[in-house]
Design a protein around this ligand. Structure first.
Ligand code: SF4
Length: 357
């Protein structure tokens, strides 16, 4: 693994084939050591970060029907909901009172809400609150574009003008059309996901990037995914971070239809291996975020020694992963303690990864 450390630390890019070799490796300690060395080179500062925010899922009504999703409900289902503005404002007030600086607002692909609804929502929030709006992942943007017969760029301009600050990297799952055709045939394609991010970055809207793994993808497809993210970042520089997280099977159509349910359980080994390879391979993405929401606090803490430099959000509220039967909770004080245990100072950051003094 020494040659990998030498390569990445001297700014030599890992080729695709080397990524494939690394993701197949069982030398977890070697991978972790290499990723940690590279992380320390990129982040020599003596602190690691977290953010205080809230996930607000404005609706669970969705026409996409992704097989890995336990959160959505069809239109007309009695469990379907759409938050009122008052409910949403209350959640934002609570977030601010807890020291929160941003909201991550995402929802299902609602068949009836036209673009004016979202424009009004963003304006109403910005009129009332000083808060960063990190909202609408690429599948939502593509949905708005199709539903309103507007080009993607036009949708993004309208949302930005109304108050959208940055875009979350959700809905990427695995960026190959083979995976997407099986898991989410009604959702945007891999190239559409990338196109939204490209247009957003060109308009000055930064975004995160994600990968949901541990379902039907091959190890090669994880590297294909990373390669696509790396290529776009070379072009635009608009990704602030990469967040790999693991598929949670409970209550999803994928779990129910599979005879090999246990094969969907990703353990700490594969999570940390994939995280470390992500850090090494994505040499142009500044920040890698640990996922305590899917891995729990113990593995998330270790992730900060396997290439991650950020512990993510306190997530005052989270609904999507919880619907799939995983309900880890982490208070701000616990996050700080996890970081301090590792010998770092814990610093609260904003959506652009600037620390708050
Ligand atoms: S993942 Fe998103 S787009 Fe897919 S069904 Fe769930 S809410 Fe809808």
């Amino acid at each position: 693994m020494n040659n990998v450390i030498d390569k990445v630390c001297s700014h030599k890019r890992l080729p695709f084939e080397e990524g494939i070799n690394l993701i197949k490796s069982h030398d977890l300690i070697g991978l972790g050591t290499a990723a940690d060395r590279f992380c320390q080179k990129l982040h020599p500062e003596q602190y690691r970060t977290y953010v205080i925010d809230r996930n607000i899922n404005y609706t669970n009504v969705c026409i996409s029907g992704c097989k890995f999703c336990a959160f959505y409900r069809d239109k007309g289902n009695k469990e379907g909901y759409l938050l009122s503005k008052e409910e949403l404002f209350k959640k934002i007030e609570e977030t601010i009172s807890l020291g929160g600086t941003q909201i991550l607002m995402q929802g299902g692909l609602h068949p009836d809400l036209k673009i004016d609804y979202y424009i009004d929502l963003l304006r109403s929030i910005k009129e009332r609150f000083t808060i960063h709006i990190h909202s609408f992942s690429p599948p939502e943007i593509i949905h708005f574009s199709q539903l309103n017969n507007l080009p993607i760029k036009e949708v993004l301009i309208l949302l930005k003008d109304a108050g959208l600050d940055t875009i979350p990297g959700g809905g990427a799952e695995i960026l190959t059309d083979r995976c997407r055709g099986i898991l989410s045939p009604h959702k945007c394609s891999a190239s559409e996901w990338l196109q939204v991010m490209k247009e957003a970055h060109k308009l000055g809207i930064k975004s995160t990037s994600t990968m949901m793994f541990g379902h039907i993808e091959t190890l090669e497809e994880r590297i294909i995914h990373l390669e696509k993210i790396r290529q776009l970042q070379d072009e635009t520089g608009g990704f602030t971070a990469f967040i790999p997280w693991t598929f949670q099977p409970k209550n999803t159509a994928l779990s129910v239809s599979s005879e090999k349910r246990t094969s969907f359980k990703i353990g700490g080994f594969d999570y940390l291996r994939t995280l470390a390879v992500s850090r090494l391979f994505l040499d142009n993405i500044p920040n890698i975020q640990a996922s305590w929401v899917t891995q729990g606090s113990k593995i998330a803490q270790l992730a900060l020694k396997f290439g991650a430099n950020d512990l993510g959000s306190t997530m005052i509220e989270e609904n999507v992963v919880r619907a799939a039967g995983v309900d880890y909770r982490l208070k701000k004080e616990e996050m700080i303690s996890l970081i301090i245990d590792l010998g770092f100072e814990a610093m609260q950051r904003d959506c652009y990864y600037n620390v708050r003094i």
